[in-house]
Every structure is written in structure tokens, then in C-alpha cells.
Design a protein around this ligand. Structure first.
Ligand code: BGC
Length: 760
């Protein structure tokens, strides 16, 4: 292969002198495409799933014959450098033109060193940590054969029923943009100009384009229907931020946009993505996205394949729509050679940028993988990041716990390894994470004792438990009766000085196709918790969840609640670090917690409406409210407490008037008024009081996480630029409209620490 490439390279050099201003890459690809048959070009657009390829037997696997024939552009979710090398060798040595293939994987929140689920990670509000998690994921994955990750998922979502909120960064557009950028930098490299030049930098794939986070009723894959003004202001920006940060690929979403499936939506894939945003990478469908257009009801297999290609899709994940239909469609004149060439070129460009034509085995570094994957250094970082993602929701003088006496650890999440990584951890090993029981026991060794009881199953309904613990994440159904399990737990509780209740969702109760209409702690676990609280012993609820939960009773009655999401492979140690005060919790919610499902969608950046409920009121006839619950969340966006306290000075602004195009600053001084060091996420919100269209009551426009020693103060300054004052109007122009703005700076989205200025 190399020889052939040198030959091609030399030929390109020779051609360069007479081919004008083309780049080396263009010339190389021109030359290569000049040799490709139509079938080989279409083959580059094909991304089948790898299937079960055993190391050393790649040659005889089903997919190998297709690779030889040039019918495969990439494969995904095949794990292991040696296996991948074997398969790549077939492409390079046994296919006619020796074109290397892409190896993709869902490396969503870590490879084998698993970081918190993305929703948890976002609660750290720490962009350096987010970037570092993606960097480590890329280091591990790239050594082990992977050159393309299907991440970041940047779908804004305001519906906690939707299982995939666990994979995203919550409800907020601005925070979502910053996280999208950090993830892309982590995977592809920090500097846009030099991204993808190192052998540990891999292609990011921003997904799911677009609006996948807004399915009706929070049901996965359901219909999405949204105004353009909302798309542009609230849902599009994180995709665009990832693209501006350099994301080399985009994944189409399953849902429809404006009545046309995203996969076949040329307005979305070409007008918005390419023409408006200047995206020049490649677009892949989601899993069987083309085939699913038949069920969407927009055509037969041939016509949906044509529609997808013409809309701007470059690569077909699993449907085989391009391989089966595009050649015929070409013969019938339904697609042009240019349509095929354009898509093929984009795939080859990605391979070129990755350096696969120079070294197709660049990402197969088995020795390095053996050293680096799940190494101690990565695990230490993952432990630290996990502890930063936890959100302390309530603490009535219970936490931190002392390492003394007897701790009663109770609950169905207390003794599981496989549930710790969280959903979408394809490469994770389930045998290695410590259980919470092990983590706590080790942390107090020689000082305190930990007693354990399961207390209850995950949920009373057996079938629901099976559906909620798929993909090897079983919790082990206990066949004793609920009463027997409870009695055992109460016996442990009676002997304990404090109770740690490890309860909540199993990791597969969120994630893809894991939606819920009741988002409380499951039935038997609630009964258990109530019985534990009734003992009168102090109870700490260590809450596992992949989405906001409804926790009214818990918030009222349980003295301490620590939300740990699914913290990744190092969850158990991180939980111990926070429970015993070695780490002071500093996470803040990135999704509002509703009081009940009926309030959903519930988000802080809501509109006032023409009949708002007045501040502090509940029900008033003919106002926008409910008879049976108030409008407020249980825990708002941005909320989270600490083992210390912080005080904010009144916000001051550098000007009360600013001219068009001008900026101003807003400033607060934050003081740690407690007894221990801590970190605070200082949040800045803007309200555009009067606009040509209705505007949200407030929108996050800045944040900074500051570390403060006891008694220490820090002044935090936010620059409010014209861009931050702008939004898309009804003509979809990005404008800063004159009038009053209110700036609020504080510890969460409800802050009243505000000042106002006029934009002239
Ligand atoms: C998911 C994607 C994922 C793909 C490949 C799909 O079902 O929606 O997020 O990247 O599968 O595994």
C-alpha cells in the first residue's frame, strides 16, 4: 500500500505543476478518484456495523469479502487494536485500490476509563475538565484502533422523560455551546489549524443534527415540530458551535424537521449546514436512518436513498441504501455522478486528514493501548472529574460524614459494578469498577465499619426491571419478598449511626430508547427510603439517575441528598471522596428538576406569556398556571449547594447605557463565608426586556467556576458583548435590538441579584 501511495504521491507532485492552485490533498484525491469505479465510490459511502469479528479471523468474517470488493468506507463499534489492524489490512492489501477504512465507535464519555455520563459531566461546569475527559477518551481510543467517535451529542433537551437527556448537556443553549466546543477540542486537538495531525487526535461527530432532543411527549424517535425562530435561537447553536470549533463530521438525526426526516432534508443538510454555516466535513446518517425514511412515509427504498444523497448525506450507517440503490439511480438519471463524487470526496478527505493514506495503521498501537487504556493516571483524573459532577441537592448538617462508628449502606445500587459507568459506554469493562460498598469500605478501613443490605429490588415489576437493566447491566433480582428485603435493611439500619441509601435509576433506565413517564424513584425503593427515614437515623440519599427526577417527598423528608448521576468507572471512590468531605461538592444542575411530570417541558429560559403568574403566587384564575401544582421547579437550573457557603456582592455594571456595537461589564465579588474551601459556579444571565419578538425571561450568557479558601473573596467580571445581546429575529437575522436589558449574576437561575442597562 505504502509503495502505491508513494507512487500516487509522486504522480500528484508531477501533476501539481500543471493543475493550478489545488491543495496536495485535492490533487491526491483527484488522482485516486480518477481510478475508482462508480461502485467503489459508492462503497466509500457505506458504513456497516462491524459485527462479531474475532481477532485473527477477520479474513473469514462476513464483512471481509465486502471490504475486498470495495463496498465499505468505514466500520463501527469494533474494539481492539489487533482486530482493527487485521481488518484494515484486508482493505489496504486485498481491495483493488487499497483505500483504508474508517473505524468509528460510540466513545461517548470515555473509552475504558469512563467519565460521568454527559449530563453529569455538564454539571461540573468545568470546561477544562470536559475537554480533558474527551482528550483522555481520544488517547485511549486512538491507541486501540479508533479514529472516529460519534460524539459530542449536543441536543438541547427540556424534557426529562426523554431517556437521552443522559447523553447531552441539559437544557441550556449557551452552556451547551461551550461544552460542544470543549469536546471537539478534546477529541480533535486544541488548535483548529492543527487538529487531526497527531496520532491521538480523532474525528468528532456532532449529533444528532438536528433537534433530536425535542421529541413530542419525551418519547424517543417521536415527531419534532418547532418554529424556525426557536431552532435558530435555542436548538441550533450547540451544533454550530461544534462545527465552528472544527468538528469534522456530523450525524443526521432520526426525527423529522419541518415535516421532512432530517436524513433527507436538504434545507437542513445543505442550506443550513453547508451554505449558512460553512461546514466542509462529512455527514453520516444515524443507524438505519435512510431505511427508516420508508416508515416515516416519504418513499420507497430507492427514492429515500436518492433523497438522502441529494439532501447532502455522505455516508450511510447500516441501511445499505446507497450500496443497493445509488448505482441504479444513477443509470436512471435520478442522481448525478457529481452527487456521488461529492460525497465520496468528503469521505476520502476525512481519511486524508487523519493521515490514513500515509499510515493506515496509525491508530493501531497495541503496545501503547496496553499501557494507556484504563491506566492509573487516567483513572485518577476520572475520579476527580466524577466528584466534580455530583450535585448536592440538600444537606441538613449530615454531610460530610465522619469516618467513625457504623455506616449502614442500603439500596439496590450499592453493590453493582456494571451500573457505575452509565449508559452508552460501549468500550467499558464492567468487571473493573468498584461497587459503592467497596469504595466506602476502603475509604473508612480501620476507622469505621460499613454494614450492607440490598433493601429492595430496583422496581417491583419484574419485566420493568429486565427492560431497565439490558446490555449486561443486570442488578441481580433478589427473590426474597419485599418484606424480607426491607426487614433485613431495617436490621442494618438499627445497628447504624448513619444510613447511606444508594437508590434511584439503573443505568439503562436512561439512554437510547429508555424513556419514562413516571420519573420518580421506583416504587419499592421509595417504600424502602420512607422506612429508613422513619427509623429516625440520619439518612443520606446517594441518588443515581440519568435524568432529572421528581423528588418532592425526598426533598421534604430526607436530610441529605447527593445526586451522583452515573459517575463512570471511578464512581465509587468519587462518592466516598465527597461523602467524607475529602472533596467538597461543587456541581450545579444543568436541567431543572420538575415537581411532577405534568410540568414538563420545564426550563428556566421560559417566556413570560401575556398572562404570567405574579412572583411568589401559586394559583390565580386566568393566569398561566395549574390548579394542582405551582409553576416552579423543585430544583432550578444552575442549583447546587456545597459544604461551605458563598456570599455575593450586589452586581455592578460598568455603564447604564451602551451604544450599538458597544460592550459593558458586569461584576460581583464572591466570598467563601464558610469553614472549608470550596468551588462556586458564578452564573450571569441576561434578559432582553423588549424585543421585536418575545424573548425569554432570562438566558445564561456567562459563567465562571471559582475556587475559594474560607474567607477568601474573588471579583468575577463578565464582559457583555454585542453578540451576547443578540438573537435571531423573525427574519432570522442575528440582531441586538435597542432597549432595556437586565443582567443578573448569582448562584443559580433564580438569582435576583440584578442591574439594568439600556442598549441605544
Ligand atoms: C444512536 C447514535 C449512535 C449510533 C451508532 C444510534 O442508535 O442514535 O447516537 O451513534 O446508534 O451506535
Amino acid at each position: 500500500m505504502k509503495k502505491r501511495l508513494f507512487f500516487i504521491g509522486a504522480l500528484c507532485m508531477a501533476l501539481a505543476s500543471c493543475s493550478g492552485g489545488k491543495s496536495e490533498m485535492d490533487r491526491f484525491i483527484d488522482e485516486l478518484m480518477g481510478k475508482m469505479t462508480v461502485e467503489e465510490k459508492i462503497g466509500q459511502l457505506n458504513l456497516p456495523v462491524a459485527g462479531d469479528i474475532v481477532t485473527g479471523q477477520a479474513k473469514s468474517s462476513n464483512v471481509s469479502e465486502r471490504i475486498r470488493k470495495g463496498e465499505v468506507g468505514g466500520l463501527f463499534n469494533l474494539k481492539g487494536a489487533e482486530k482493527i489492524r487485521d481488518v484494515q489490512r484486508i482493505a489496504v492489501e486485498e481491495s483493488r485500490l487499497g483505500i483504508p477504512i474508517l473505524f468509528g465507535m460510540d466513545v461517548i464519555h470515555g473509552y475504558e476509563t469512563i467519565f460521568p455520563i454527559p449530563l453529569g459531566l455538564s454539571c461540573s461546569w468545568d470546561m477544562a475538565a470536559v475537554e480533558q475527559s474527551a482528550r483522555i477518551a481520544a488517547e485511549e481510543a486512538s491507541a486501540d484502533g479508533i479514529c472516529w467517535t460519534f460524539s459530542p451529542m449536543v441536543d438541547v433537551s427540556r424534557d426529562a422523560r426523554w431517556g437521552r437527556v443522559s447523553e447531552g448537556s441539559g437544557e441550556d443553549t449557551f452552556l451547551g455551546c461551550r461544552i460542544a466546543e470543549a469536546m471537539v477540542r478534546g477529541y480533535q486537538g486544541p488548535d483548529k489549524e492543527t487538529q487531526l495531525t497527531e496520532d491521538d487526535q480523532i474525528l468528532a461527530c456532532v449529533k444528532h443534527f438536528a433537534l433530536y432532543g425535542a421529541p413530542e411527549a419525551g418519547r424517543d424517535y417521536n415527531t419534532v415540530d418547532m418554529s424556525h425562530i426557536r431552532m435558530y435561537n435555542e436548538y441550533f447553536p450547540p451544533y454550530k458551535a461544534a462545527i465552528d470549533a472544527g468538528a469534522a463530521s456530523v450525524m443526521a438525526s432520526f426525527n423529522e424537521v419541518d415535516g421532512v426526516p432530517a436524513t433527507g432534508n436538504s434545507w437542513l443538510m445543505t442550506d443550513v449546514l453547508r451554505k449558512q454555516w460553512g461546514f466542509d466535513g462529512f455527514v453520516v446518517t444515524d443507524y438505519t436512518g435512510i431505511y427508516e425514511m420508508i416508515a416515516h412515509g416519504v418513499g420507497d427504498f430507492e427514492s429515500v436513498s436518492v433523497q438522502a444523497l441529494k439532501a447532502g448525506i455522505d455516508m450511510d450507517m447500516v441501511s445499505e441504501g446507497f450500496v443497493v440503490n445509488v448505482k441504479n439511480a444513477l443509470d436512471k438519471g435520478l442522481v448525478s455522478m457529481k452527487d456521488i463524487d461529492t460525497a465520496c470526496r468528503r469521505i476520502l478527505e476525512a481519511k486524508y486528514r487523519l493521515g490514513l493514506f500515509d499510515d493506515p495503521y496509525k491508530f493501531c498501537r497495541a503496545e501503547e493501548a496496553a499501557q494507556e487504556v484504563y491506566c492509573q493516571e487516567h483513572r485518577d483524573i476520572a475520579r476527580k472529574i466524577a466528584s466534580e459532577s455530583f450535585v448536592l441537592l440538600k444537606n441538613e448538617n449530615v454531610l460530610p460524614l465522619k469516618k467513625q462508628g457504623t455506616i449502614g449502606l442500603i439500596g439496590p445500587l450499592a453493590e453493582t459494578r456494571s451500573n457505575m459507568p452509565g449508559t452508552w459506554s460501549v468500550a467499558a469493562r464492567f468487571d473493573v469498577p468498584k461497587t459503592i460498598r467497596e469504595g466506602l469500605t476502603e475509604a473508612v478501613a480501620g476507622k469505621a465499619r460499613v454494614l450492607y443490605a440490598k433493601g429492595s429490588n430496583l422496581v417491583s415489576d419484574y419485566d420493568l426491571e429486565i427492560r431497565s437493566t439490558m446490555f449486561g447491566r443486570e442488578l441481580g433480582r433478589d427473590n426474597r419478598t419485599d418484606a424480607q428485603l426491607l426487614n433485613e435493611a431495617l436490621a442494618v439500619a438499627r445497628q447504624s449511626d448513619v444510613i447511606v441509601a444508594a437508590l434511584g435509576e439503573a443505568s439503562e433506565m436512561s439512554g437510547e430508547s429508555s424513556c419514562r413517564t413516571d420519573i420518580g424513584i421506583p416504587d419499592v425503593q421509595q417504600k424502602l427510603l420512607k422506612a429508613l427515614v422513619a427509623t429516625g437515623k440520619p439518612v443520606v440519599l446517594v441518588l443515581f439517575n440519568g435524568r432529572p427526577l421528581t423528588l418532592n417527598w425526598e426533598a421534604e423528608n430526607v436530610p441529605a441528598i447527593l445526586d451522583v448521576w452515573f459517575g463512570g468507572s471511578e464512581t465509587a471512590d468519587a462518592v466516598a471522596d465527597v461523602l467524607f468531605g475529602d472533596v467538597n461538592p461543587s456541581g450545579k444542575l444543568t436541567m431543572s428538576f420538575p415537581k411532577n411530570v405534568g410540568q414538563i417541558p420545564l426550563y428556566y429560559a421560559a417566556k413570560n406569556t401575556g398572562r404570567p403568574l405574579l412572583e411568589g403566587r401559586w394559583f390565580e384564575k386566568f393566569r398561566s398556571n395549574y390548579l394542582d401544582v405551582d409553576n416552579d421547579p423543585l430544583y432550578p437550573f444552575g442549583y447546587g449547594i456545597s459544604y461551605t457557603t458563598f456570599e455575593y456582592s450586589p452586581v455592578t455594571i460598568s455603564a447604564t447605557e451602551v451604544g450599538k456595537g458597544g460592550s459593558l461589564t458586569a461584576e460581583v465579588t464572591v466570598t467563601n463565608t464558610g469553614k472549608v474551601a470550596g468551588k462556586e459556579v458564578v452564573q450571569m444571565y441576561l434578559q432582553d426586556v423588549v424585543g421585536s419578538t418575545t424573548r425569554p425571561l432570562r438566558e445564561l450568557k456567562g459563567f465562571e467556576k471559582v475556587a475559594l479558601e474560607p474567607g477568601e473573596s474573588r471579583t468575577v467580571t463578565f464582559e457583555i458583548t454585542p453578540e451576547l445581546m443578540s438573537h435571531y429575529n423573525s427574519n432570522l437575522e442575528f440582531v441586538a435590538e435597542p432597549g432595556e436589558f437586565i443582567v443578573s449574576v448569582g448562584p443559580d437561575s433564580r438569582t435576583k441579584n440584578s442591574a439594568s442597562f439600556m442598549l441605544k
